[in-house]
Design a protein around this ligand. Structure first.
Ligand SMILES: [Cu+2]
Length: 106
């Protein structure tokens, strides 16, 4: 029995090492004065994005490929988790000149 228990613990530890992501980061994208900054940012699947709207009107982060569509009310921060890899161009539906790119690696 003891040997079996030890094996189970070993297996659990090994599985844990595989399942737990190396490091999930949080990155910030700021919308201010009708500009997105940074205009291009790299992230990984599992990372969290804090979408920060510093303007007094609403913005959106709308992916051209339909992967996400985030609405930020005035002076609010909205968070979302990236769950799909890809190079995603996005824009604001209310201000189409606001454009940026999110590069998400697996
Ligand atoms: Cu906008």
């Amino acid at each position: 029995m003891r040997t079996g228990d030890g094996l189970a613990v070993m297996t659990a530890l090994m599985l844990g090492a595989i399942v737990v992501p190396a490091h999930a980061a949080t990155l910030q994208v700021v919308m201010e004065n009708l500009e997105v900054s940074p205009a291009e940012v790299s992230a990984r699947v599992g990372d969290t994005v804090e979408w920060i709207n510093k303007d007094v009107f609403a913005h959106t982060a709308t992916a051209r490929n339909g992967d996400f569509d985030i609405t930020m009310p005035p002076k609010k921060t909205v968070t979302s988790v990236l769950n799909k890899a890809g190079t995603v161009e996005y824009y604001c539906r209310y201000h189409p000149n606001m454009k940026a790119v999110l590069k998400i690696t697996p």
